[in-house]
Design a protein around this ligand. Sequence first.
Ligand SMILES: O=C(O)CCC(=O)C(=O)O
Ligand SMILES: [Fe+2]
Length: 331
Amino acid sequence: MKYNRDKKNKMGTALKLPIIDLSSPEKLSTSRLIRQACLDHGFFYLTNHGVSEELMEGVLIESRKLFSLPLDEKMVMARHGFRGYSPLYDEKLESSSTSIGDSKEMFTFGSSEGVLGQLYPNKWPLEELLPLWRPTMECYYKNVMDVGKKLFGLVALALNLEENYFEQVGAFNDQAAVVRLLRYSGESNSSGEETCGASAHSDFGMITLLATDGVAGLQVCRDKDKEPKVWEDVAGIKGTFVVNIGDLMERWTNGLFRSLLDLRSTLHRVVSVGKERFSVAVFVDPDPNCVVECLESCCSETSPPKFPPVRARDYFHERFSQTLASYSGSD
Ligand SMILES: O=C(O)CCC(=O)C(=O)O
Ligand SMILES: [Fe+2]
């Protein structure tokens, strides 16, 4: 099959990603597999992770219900900072794109505890409207956090660090991770202009765990410097997460966790395949006060740190300001 050369409305070739089994008792060999997957692709599938298929399905069902509410009911929950409802085109992940914004709706929530929970209180739909919504989402959040912590233990081992390294540096002190529900309408823009569901970007944080309803659309570009870009399709596999590393993890690892082609955390996007699509991304992000700087195990005299230390809060503020419409961090 021929590669799709940067056409947004066509499918690319399918990418076969490695599958990591989170239930394996062989922690060291699993951590080596994760390391290789991060070096080769920056993306992998995660299976046997402990979140039931029933719960993953339940989240997608509740998400559908929320997005099918009338727009004015959704706008009552319009985002404050980055939590809450975002209508179509509210985000533009590829800031240099000439499109009006990404063609998707989003709803973001996180932990109600900690500084971020107080600063950006979650918006919940009325219990009378969607009685199962909040308990389903809170249960999912808790379950995926357990997966994230386990996964980070393996990532730490992959970097020759102690298993609880990321806990020790305070990455999880404030539960900064957020769940983002996404709906892509699948309709093409009436102006004829090409818009992406999610334009080309790399994720901002440490690690993203993605669940989809199985509808295609996610594509990765393994060599962002190559023109024209080559986009490869990543299929969803029922019951597994698609995991990818984000930019802060790249900064922590001095770019070690990037592809052999010397990439940043892998560029990806969502294109329309003419069908409505739902997905759920969990961004496992560090505590806002956590200073992300090159790990000792990832630099040497001949390979000095490539990025200056950065406080997670400042980093996210800058990225959100570039991608979310009228984001001030306190609106
Ligand atoms: O919906 C998807 O498949 C991916 C979404 C994504 O990449 C993002 O929101 O950062
Ligand atoms: Fe993403």
